[in-house]
Every structure is written in structure tokens, then in C-alpha cells.
Design a protein around this ligand. Structure first.
Ligand code: GLN
Length: 487
């Protein structure tokens, strides 16, 4: 048995029984990284020495009976989460040399529970994208098929977990960036309810939509990660004071009597046949397990893309105004006036997609256009929230595709940003409404590419999603299935 192939729960069990040490586990992942990284490019930085030191510490603590709930477990984090004294690049030249002076709350929580942060992983620049191809420091590759995208923006998180390089990862999801790469790489990904997990120390993209979420090899591990990262944080003013309970508790409770809505708008034109089959199979699994399946309507789904691609860029244009060469990161040193320094710094530091978003966002917020664009989009957002409210009066959760297709070849979407935006159609609404969404592996396309099934539920009902996903996972047998990676 190679330790890197274990889930978190299995590893903890072996650690407890002294059949494995944290050092073995971390070393196994580091070796796996060494072997596969030339192919996968998941990481922007790997903390070899520090991780081994931390593993030893955790082994010692365990000896003394002081271990935490994730003691000695190697975890990667997306490179937009601040980890003290390490670079946090956000996948951008702009922050290439930025060293975090403090820990994000989620990083603090992981370390308090004994997790070993093994490195920081690749992402679309400032989390803007669905392929991870806009990362300034190497593009991650899909562990299931060479030359295919991982999805994005948490692509490095997904490839590092699916590729056996770590046991779990933290990503962020503003419009699908945890769920979609999880789907495309065959792992579990959860976007928690807005306010459930602290955003303190997460570099902001669109603050009213951003949530940190775990990517794991199976549903139980997802619950374990949530137990660690969820909870109120006074450092995040949008964090919600609500009991988190134990996310593992409901996993095995069964789904009998639960009502599952199948929103008809999610099954229209443009949905790949294999993806549809896999999602319908997920519906059948839940029905067989005793859930009541019903047809429901989310009538405003088609407006999600337009609303999101105004609101997210508007917030981004404001959040990214701070990167002007004065306080953080990159500065063009050749300019001879302040104005030129701003201009040149931003022209050189940001990539094309980030610039596109800043332009759209600034335009949408400018006086004269604010009412027509930003305000309108905010109104649409309320309408979408109302769609969810109505649907959740009829059912406990909804089931759908995460994305219209499986992974595609790298480079294929480079020239058509609009088509790429449209591929987010099924994931954006959860962020607009703040509800939780989860992607669980559902099967493979005829080409051998993984496809996830999306479950969404009412605010703070992650427990329902985990329970449903656990049932699907049991039936598909797709927990912790790792691809062969050709060396
Ligand atoms: N693909 C979406 C975008 O490009 C979502 C990104 C995300 O969730 N961070 O904005």
C-alpha cells in the first residue's frame, strides 16, 4: 500500500493504530509530487522541508496523545490563501513576490488541527476562469488525460488531489471554481453556504460571492475538512454565527423520504449526452435508495451568466484597484511619473482575462451605466434567490450537472471568452444565491473523462448534500479512484 493512495479517514485510522507515521504519509506525497509534477504542474510552491518538519512534530504530538482531527494529513492550498511567510501569488505576476504576513483563518484552523500544508497550488489568475490556463506560473494538467484542462479556477487543487499528490486541498468558489474542477478531475468538491467558512486571508475576487471549500477523494473526507474549516470568525464580517455540528453525522442516515428536485432548465440544449446520462443515473440511484424525485423549475437560470458576469467583474474591479504598484507586489520601476507607474504596473502585472474583467466591471459601475447594468444585475440576483426559495419549499435539494461537458483539450477555449463564460451556466447561481453546492463523481464519459453530479440545497444544509453524495458514491463505487499517470 502506498500511503498517498489513502483517504484522510483511512490515514487517520492507520496513524491511530501506529501502522503509519505522518512522516511516511508526507514523504509518500512528496515522492509522488516529484514523480508526477513534470506532467501535472499542480503546484506553484512545494514546502518540502517545512512539511517534513511539521510531520515529525505531529508524530511527536501523537505519541504524547495530543493530536488534532487532521494530525499529519498532507493538504495543498490554492495560492490565494495567505499562509504566513510564504508567497501568495494568486497565479499572477502582480503578486509574484508577495509574501503573506499572516495566516488566513482557514489555514490557521487546518494547522491547529495538525494538518501539514504541503504546498500551494496553481489557479487561474486571481481566480478568474474555468480552465486554470490563465495561471502565470504553469498550467495544471488533467490527471485523467494528458493535454486536457483540469477545469478552474481551483485546477491545481483538483489535480493535486486526483493525482495523489496530497490527500485534500482547499480551493475557492466564486462561481463554480471548486465544483467544476472537482467534476472535471473526478474528486469531491464543496462550495459551502456563503458565510459558513471565513474569508479572512482569502485574496478577494468578488467578495459577495467568494467562499473557500474543500476538494477531497471522497465524501467522508469532505465532511472531515468541513468540520475543521467551518465556523464563525470575527475577522470576517460576513461570517455567520451558526452551529456547525458534525458534518459526518448524517452521512449514513439514508435518503428515504427526502425530496429531490430535478430542475428542467438544467437539462436543455448544449448539455453533453454522456454528462446527461451520468446525472440521470445519479437521480436513479437516489430514487432507488428511497428518495422522492420530482420535476421542478428554476425559471431564471438563463439569466445567471449575464448577472454573474456583471456582478463578479464589478466587485473585482474594485477589489483589484489596490494593486497599483504602491503597497503590494509588482511595480514597474521605469516610469517617471506616478500616473505612468500606475499604468505600467497594471498593464504589465495583470494578464488579459483580469484586464477584461476590470474593464467590464469599471464600465458596469460607472455613473450613467450603474442603473442599467450593476443595479439590474443585482435585481436579477434577487430573482434567482427567489427561484431557490420557491424550489426549496417543494424539495430538500436539487440535482443537476455541474457543467455542460467533461474536460476539454487545453487551448481549445482560448479565443472565445464568451463561450467559456457560458460553460459556467450551472454553477453560478449557487454563488449568486449564497446556497451550498457539491460535486460528487458520477461516472466517466466514453473518452474516459470524469463527470461530477451537482447537488444544491438550502442555506446551511450542507448536511443534506453530504448525505445524498454519500449515497451516490456508495452506489457508483467512485470513492478515492485515482488515475494511472503515465510516467
Ligand atoms: N468561472 C467563473 C469565473 O471565471 C468562476 C470562477 C470562480 O469561481 N472563482 O469567474
Amino acid at each position: 500500500m502506498q500511503p498517498y493512495t489513502l483517504t484522510i479517514a483511512e490515514s487517520l485510522d492507520h496513524l491511530q493504530k501506529k501502522e503509519l507515521t505522518s512522516k511516511d504519509l508526507v514523504e509518500s506525497c512528496l515522492q509522488r509530487i516529484n514523480k508526477t509534477e513534470t506532467k501535472l504542474h499542480s503546484f506553484i510552491s512545494v514546502f518540502e522541508e517545512k512539511a517534513m518538519r511539521r510531520a515529525e512534530e505531529e508524530d511527536n504530538k501523537r505519541q504524547q496523545g495530543q493530536s488534532g482531527s487532521l494530525s499529519g494529513i498532507p493538504i495543498s492550498i490554492k495560492d490565494l490563501l495567505c499562509a504566513k511567510d510564504t508567497a501568495t501569488t494568486c497565479g499572477s505576476k502582480m503578486l509574484e513576490n508577495f509574501i503573506s504576513p499572516y495566516n488566513a483563518t482557514v489555514v490557521e484552523k487546518l494547522e491547529n488541527e495538525g494538518a501539514v500544508i504541503i504546498g500551494k497550488v496553481a489557479m487561474d489568475e486571481f481566480a478568474m476562469g474555468s480552465t486554470s490556463e490563465t495561471c502565470a506560473f504553469g498550467v495544471p494538467d488533467n490527471p485523467w488525460k494528458e493535454g486536457y484542462i483540469t477545469g478552474g479556477s481551483s485546477g491545481g487543487s483538483a489535480s493535486s488531489v486526483a493525482g495523489g499528490q496530497c490527500l485534500a486541498s482547499l480551493g475557492s468558489d466564486t462561481g463554480g471554481s471548486v465544483r467544476q474542477p472537482a467534476s472535471l478531475c473526478g474528486v469531491v468538491g464543496l462550495k459551502p453556504t456563503y458565510g459558513r467558512v471565513s474569508r479572512y486571508g482569502l485574496v478577494a475576487f468578488a467578495s459577495s460571492l467568494d467562499q473557500v471549500g474543500p476538494l477531497t477523494r471522497d465524501v467522508r473526507d469532505c465532511a472531515l475538512m468541513m468540520n475543521c474549516i467551518a465556523g464563525y470568525d470575527e475577522k470576517d464580517s460576513t461570517s455567520v454565527k451558526i452551529d456547525k455540528g458534525d458534518f459526518r453525522q448524517s452521512l449514513e442516515a439514508g435518503v428515504k423520504g427526502l425530496k429531490i428536485g430535478v430542475p428542467r432548465e438544467y437539462f436543455g440544449e448544449g448539455l453533453n449526452e454522456d454528462v446527461e446520462k451520468i446525472v440521470r443515473n445519479g437521480v436513479a440511484i437516489l430514487e432507488d435508495a428511497g428518495a422522492e424525485v420530482m420535476d421542478v423549475s428554476m425559471p431564471h437560470t438563463e439569466y445567471c451568466v449575464a448577472a454573474y458576469y456583471l456582478i463578479a467583474p464589478a466587485e473585482a474591479s474594485s477589489n483589484l484597484a489596490r494593486y497599483d504598484g504602491v503597497v503590494y507586489g509588482y511595480r514597474d520601476g521605469t516610469a517617471d511619473s506616478l500616473m505612468d507607474m500606475y499604468k505600467q504596473t497594471r498593464s504589465q502585472g495583470f494578464g488579459d482575462e483580469v484586464k477584461r474583467r476590470i474593464l467590464i466591471g469599471t464600465y458596469a459601475l460607472s455613473s450613467g451605466y450603474y442603473d442599467a447594468y450593476y443595479k439590474k444585475a443585482s435585481q436579477v440576483r434577487t430573482i434567482i434567490l427567489n427561484d431557490y426559495k420557491k424550489v426549496f419549499e417543494q424539495c430538500d435539494a436539487i440535482i443537476s450537472p455541474v457543467a455542460p461537458t467533461a474536460a476539454w483539450k487545453r487551448g481549445e477555449s482560448a479565443d472565445d471568452p464568451l463561450a467559456l463564460y457560458l460553460s459556467d451556466i450551472f454553477s453560478l447561481s449557487a454563488n449568486l444565491a449564497g446556497v451550498p453546492g457539491l460535486s460528487v463523481p458520477g461516472g466517466f464519459t466514453a473518452d474516459g473523462l470524469p463527470v461530477g453530479i451537482q447537488l444544491q440545497g438550502p442555506h446551511f444544509r450542507e448536511d443534506i448534500l453530504l448525505k445524498l453524495a454519500y449515497n451516490i458514491e456508495k452506489s457508483t463505487n467512485l470513492a478515492n479512484v485515482l488515475p494511472e499517470i503515465q510516467q
